[in-house]
Design a protein around this ligand. Sequence first.
Ligand SMILES: Nc1ncnc2c1ncn2[C@@H]1O[C@H](COP(=O)(O)OP(=O)(O)OP(=O)(O)O)[C@@H](O)[C@H]1O
Ligand SMILES: [Mg+2]
Length: 361
Amino acid sequence: MDAKAIYIGMDLGTFKTSVASSAGIRDVIHTAVGWPRDQVARTMLGRDVVFGKDLIEHRLAVNIVRPFEKGVLKYNSPDDAGVSADQITLYKQAARLVVEHAVSLTRPPKGVPIYGVIGAPSRASILNKKVLLEAAQHAFDGVMIVSEPFSIAYGMNRLSDTLVVDIGAGTTDICPVYGTFPREDEQVTIAQGGDVIDETFYRLLRERYPQAQISLNMAREIKEKYGFVHDVNEQALVMLPVNGRPQQFDVTEPLKEACKALVPLILDGLGEVISRFDPEFQQRMLQNIVLGGGGSQLKGLDRVIEDALKEFGGAKVKRVYDAVFAGAVGALKLAMSMPQDYFHQLKMAQQPCETEAEVSV
Ligand SMILES: Nc1ncnc2c1ncn2[C@@H]1O[C@H](COP(=O)(O)OP(=O)(O)OP(=O)(O)O)[C@@H](O)[C@H]1O
Ligand SMILES: [Mg+2]
């Protein structure tokens, strides 16, 4: 470790980006950039680019770009995501600005080298890792891309016999950790996460209560407050406007249906990862399942997974203590424990690289 350098761990998510620095500063922002819509908006805002809370406050005056939405730049090719070449340039620029802004929030002193570890989805393709490295190029002197679930496990000192399930907005990543960097083909990325729950819940609500006025954003807020997947007596009663006047609605059933839809996908993914290991490891990993990412906060998820895994001989499922910062803190810990020459090697990897070994660990 270079005592003069600053180390930064970053969880570069579809929805939120969290950072933690060796100077003890943490922060979290939406993974989004806003450009003023016109000259009037630019004058009103007094700047060319808007981040964080200002995006919500001034959303009518800015064009918002979420660079990783629908897996663009992360695990999908532009064609799969239905995005044009021009848009891809804009998305790449937005990704770079988000990384640079997130790093600036940690207030690194001028002239000091900055080394970072960035968490990315476990199965991000080589092409996508290049994109992430490009986004990080100007913000860091040395950078390393690791799988998000691995950084969560590293932060919790769960370096062996552990299975991490990272439930984000765009993806759910499942990664086995057994004392070394996981290979790409050992991990599973499910192209669904909290966003799909929100969309399903929103659709079901509109079908059930067409008179209620609701936005996708409101649906997500309800999910974050009440979301659950178990069969215990949960009830979600919320106030929603009807012709402008608030009324109470029971949203328990649609909410449960939307949240539960992710469970079989997680169980299939777990089954797939577990069955690849030899039986002795399988049992130990089942006793050490960690749920991370914002979606890990769905009530009852740990118990539902434990119940479903009884047929595998039983399992123990635990949530991370801090769903917002677990990835960034793990990435910081990893950055601080990497030998310095490793970062020099990684610095070279910022140049266009052809082989996976150069960009991924
Ligand atoms: N209390 C909660 N209950 C259920 N879901 C929640 C809760 N809090 C946040 N979420 C959901 O977690 C998701 C965001 O998680 P996270 O911040 O880990 O995603 P991300 O890292 O940005 O995305 P990805 O890992 O897919 O790139 C969102 O769908 C959000 O609605
Ligand atoms: Mg994430």
